[in-house]
Design a protein around this ligand. Structure first.
Ligand SMILES: C[S@@+](CC[C@H](N)C(=O)[O-])C[C@H]1O[C@@H](n2cnc3c(N)ncnc32)[C@H](O)[C@@H]1O
Length: 257
C-alpha cells in the first residue's frame, strides 16, 4: 500500500474514531510509560499514538518516531510541533536509526503486517531496546474478520483484492515464535476487538469499508461498478439494521531480558 498524503488523511480520520482511540489507550495501558523515559514509535502513521507517548514521557524524556512515509512523518511533526522532545524521521523498521540499548519502551501498531522481513524488524527492535526494556506490538488478523453479506462470492473476491494491501494477512497467529526467536520474553497477549454492529460514521469500520472498496478497484478482476455495489450493500445493510462487522487486533507486550 502506498502511504501517500491521501492515505495519511484517510488513516488519520479512521484512527480518531472511539474504536481506535480505545485501542491506543490499551496500548498505553500495557506500555506503562513514565515521565523521563525514552520512547520510540515505529511506523508513527498520523502520529496520534506518538503524541500521546510524548505527552507522557514529557520534556524530561524523549519520544522518537520513524515511518517509511514522508507524508506520515510530516503529519506527525505537525501534530507534535509544540513538543521539542519529540523527534520524527523517515526510516525503515528494518534499519532503525538509533544506537544499541537506548530505548526504554517502544511501540509498533499496525505496521509489522506491512513489513516483509519480520525477523530483521524484530532484531532491530531488540537491538535498540535497553536490557529490561519493553515493547507493545499490535497487528490485525484478517482471518478474524466477520462481515455480513448476502453476496458471499463477491465478498470473497473483494477481500482477496484487499489482501494485496499488506504483506502478512494473519501476522498475530505467527508472531509469538518470531518474538521468542528474536530473544524477547512475552509478558501479555490480548485481543482488541473492533466490533461495529451499526454502520455509523464515527466507527472504525465505516472508514475501512470505504477504503476496502476504493482499494479493490482494478484488483482481482474487481471493476469500479462491482466495488461500488459491494460498498452499497454494506450501506444498505446498515440502513436496514442488518450490518455486522467484527475483526480482532492482537496486542503483544514483550520485554528484552
Ligand atoms: C496503518 S498505519 C499505522 C500507523 C500507526 N502506527 C498507528 O497505529 O496509528 C501503517 C504505517 O506503517 C508505515 N510503514 C509500513 N511499512 C513500514 C516500514 N517498513 N518501516 C516503517 N514504517 C512502515 C506506513 O508508512 C504507515 O504510516
Amino acid at each position: 500500500m502506498d502511504f501517500d498524503e491521501d492515505a495519511a488523511r484517510w488513516i488519520e480520520a479512521v484512527y480518531q474514531t472511539p474504536d481506535v482511540t480505545a485501542q491506543r489507550n490499551a496500548v498505553l495501558n500495557s506500555l506503562q510509560l513514565v515521565p523521563g523515559e525514552t520512547a520510540l514509535d515505529i511506523g508513527v502513521g498520523p502520529g496520534l499514538l506518538a503524541r500521546d507517548m510524548a505527552a507522557i514521557v514529557g520534556k524530561t524524556g524523549a519520544c522518537h518516531g520513524i515511518d517509511l512515509s514522508a507524508p506520515m512523518i510530516a503529519m506527525t511533526q505537525n501534530r507534535c510541533v509544540d513538543m521539542d522532545w519529540a523527534r520524527f524521521e523517515v526510516a525503515d523498521a528494518t534499519a532503525l536509526p538509533f544506537d544499541d540499548a537506548t530505548i526504554d519502551a517502544a511501540t509498533s501498531t499496525q505496521v509489522y503486517e506491512y513489513v516483509e522481513d519480520m525477523p530483521l524488524a524484530l532484531k532491530e527492535l531488540f537491538r535498540v531496546l535497553k536490557p529490561g526494556g519493553r515493547a507493545v506490538i499490535l497487528d490485525t488478523d484478517y482471518d478474524s474478520l466477520v462481515l455480513h453479506t448476502e453476496h458471499p462470492e463477491r465478498m470473497a473476491r473483494v477481500m482477496t483484492a484487499w489482501d494485496d494491501h499488506f504483506v502478512h494477512r494473519s501476522l498475530p497467529q505467527f508472531l509469538a515464535p518470531m518474538l521468542r526467536d528474536a530473544g524477547f520474553t512475552i509478558r501479555q497477549r490480548d485481543a482488541i476487538p473492533m466490533f461495529n454492529p451499526e454502520f455509523h460514521r464515527n466507527t472504525f469500520s465505516f472508514g475501512i469499508i470505504k477504503g476496502i472498496a476504493d482499494f479493490a478497484i482494478g484488483r482481482n478482476g474487481i471493476s469500479e461498478d462491482e466495488a461500488n455495489a459491494w460498498y452499497a450493500e454494506q450501506k444498505a445493510l446498515g440502513a436496514e439494521g442488518r450490518y455486522f462487522f467484527s475483526i480482532n487486533r492482537y496486542l503483544f507486550l514483550v520485554t528484552k531480558p
